[in-house]
Ligand binder design. Structure first.
Ligand SMILES: Cc1cc2nc3c(=O)[nH]c(=O)nc-3n(C[C@H](O)[C@H](O)[C@H](O)COP(=O)(O)OP(=O)(O)OC[C@H]3O[C@@H](n4cnc5c(N)ncnc54)[C@H](O)[C@@H]3O)c2cc1C
Length: 430
């Protein structure tokens, strides 16, 4: 019997340290008027404390300066870090840098690791993953950004949309078409390039978003990037030519689990606010916690969060034990399930606070606006549902008569049990 839902006590004590550290040292920073630069200065001493605990850049193996924890432990850590957008940078595992460093660790040459991975892990530089093109993110086969050989160099040309931290990054990891034959298999027609952002021809504009209309995010902003005939040396190619889809899948799988665990951290904070309000506020002669609608919200949220947590951890466990490819259905499932749970919990938390919940006096409205993106980024819900349905339905065979058809089953049962039925007295069964 191998089912076990417990956390190893030594690791639980690390998690306990993290919970307190994030609550005491990070949450207060949210209330200060920080910018991208001042925030980074403020967290310098915090980073040292995290390193002293051996929790820095825990997503990578020990040979790369990380802890090699695997996805289950990482998931449990992200659940804590997810409570504040400001927490992951203090732990050296903020998106998209964490996924990008995994990408270089996975496919980079020694020179590429030296040049990009080492400073990324140290938190000395920032990076972006530049894949989506407007209106085609759900179907990357339609990407048109291309890289064409010119001697030993590549010439990169195209425009990418909604690239996280595009404008603040030192380097972009860009997916571009390298096989321009329209008949080419799209899954092997794209390659991944490492593009320093100071190269001539790279330009970006900030995009305001629903959660950050002024594009002033302390941790994340988004941008539209143009690569206008950017000349790249041969060593800019990451991994094999044509391997971008495979690399992206390997990068995005664990990344999605981390997103889902971070969402549970968001849920927990909103849920705590909702429950605290329920037991604190009396209206129309009774505490909100005594009203059945509120009780339903608490009960439904608790059950949904538990389900999302178990599904996420099970997915992480499957990645650890069988690999990313084997867990593809579960990864897709937690993506849309977790995003919906987060949305619903936040919505209820805002509702129970009334106008206060809608105001910026509480962090809930900001969390709500940011959480809306979860149903879109890393592939929209509809695509993940399609993947799950397709994989589930593969396990079924078409039948002219339903397997459960009672008259058909009765004929078979009559044949099978004929001798025993014949022995029964005439009134048996009445
Ligand atoms: C906050 C945020 C951060 C992001 N960060 C990055 C980043 O760092 N790098 C990057 O490259 N990209 C990034 N993206 C882009 C993201 O990955 C894409 O937005 C996503 O893949 C969807 O692509 P799209 O926006 O082009 O939508 P489209 O592909 O135009 O799809 C639009 C809508 O069509 C519907 N749809 C699509 N396919 C189907 C289907 N099969 N069945 C039914 N309906 C369907 C869905 O409702 C979908 O939302 C980010 C997006 C957001 C919102």
């Amino acid at each position: 019997m191998t089912w076990d839902f417990s956390t190893d006590p030594a690791f639980e004590s690390k998690l306990q340290w993290m919970r307190e550290f994030v609550r005491e040292e990070i949450y207060p920073l949210e209330t200060l008027p920080l910018t991208w630069h001042s925030f980074r200065r403020m967290i310098e001493p915090l980073k040292e404390q995290v390193k002293a605990q051996g929790l820095w850049a825990a997503h990578l193996g020990p040979e790369l300066g990380g802890q090699g924890y695997g996805q289950v432990k990482l998931g449990l850590m992200h659940e804590i870090l997810g409570g504040s957008e400001l927490a992951p940078p203090a732990f050296g595992n903020q998106a998209p840098d964490s996924g990008n460093s995994e990408l270089v660790a996975l496919a980079g040459t020694e020179e590429q690791k030296q040049r990009w991975l080492t400073p990324l892990l140290a938190g000395d530089i920032y990076s972006a993953i530049s894949m989506t093109e407007s209106g085609t993110g759900s179907d990357p086969r339609q990407f048109t950004t291309r890289a064409v050989r010119d001697g030993s160099d590549w010439i990169l040309h195209g425009t990418k949309f909604m690239v996280g931290n595009a404008n603040r990054s030192d380097v972009h990891f860009v997916m571009a078409r390298t096989d321009l034959d329209p008949e080419a298999n799209p899954y092997s027609a794209m390659s991944m390039f490492i593009v320093p952002t100071d190269l001539p021809g790279v330009s970006s504009r900030f995009l305001g978003t629903m959660s950050d209309p002024e594009a002033r995010g302390v941790v994340h902003t988004h941008g539209e990037v143009t690569y206008a005939d950017v000349r790249l040396p041969a060593e800019s190619l990451l991994g094999a030519e044509g391997a971008a889809f495979t690399l992206a899948q390997q990068r995005l799988g664990p990344g999605r689990i981390h997103h889902c665990m971070r969402w549970l951290g968001v849920c927990r904070r909103a849920f705590d606010a909702m429950c605290e309000r329920a037991v604190s506020k009396s209206l129309r002669g009774g505490l909100l916690s005594e009203k059945q609608t509120i009780q339903n919200w608490v009960a439904d949220s608790a059950a949904a969060m538990e389900a999302a947590r178990l599904l996420t951890l099970k997915t992480a466990w499957k990645v650890d034990t069988e690999g990313v490819a084997a867990a593809r259905t579960e990864i897709a499932m937690i993506k849309y399930f977790g995003a919906t749970v987060m949305h619903d919990v936040l919505d209820r938390a805002i509702q129970i606070h009334g106008a206060l919940g809608f105001s910026t006096d509480l962090p809930l409205e900001e969390m709500y606006r940011w959480s809306r993106a979860a149903r879109i980024y890393d592939g929209p819900d509809e695509v993940h549902r399609m993947v799950v349905a397709r994989n589930v339905l593969r396990g079924y065979t078409p039948r002219p008569v339903p397997t459960e058809h009672v008259p058909t089953r009765r004929v078979k049962a009559m044949e099978r049990f004929a001798s025993r039925l014949a022995e029964l007295p005439p009134d048996a069964g009445r």
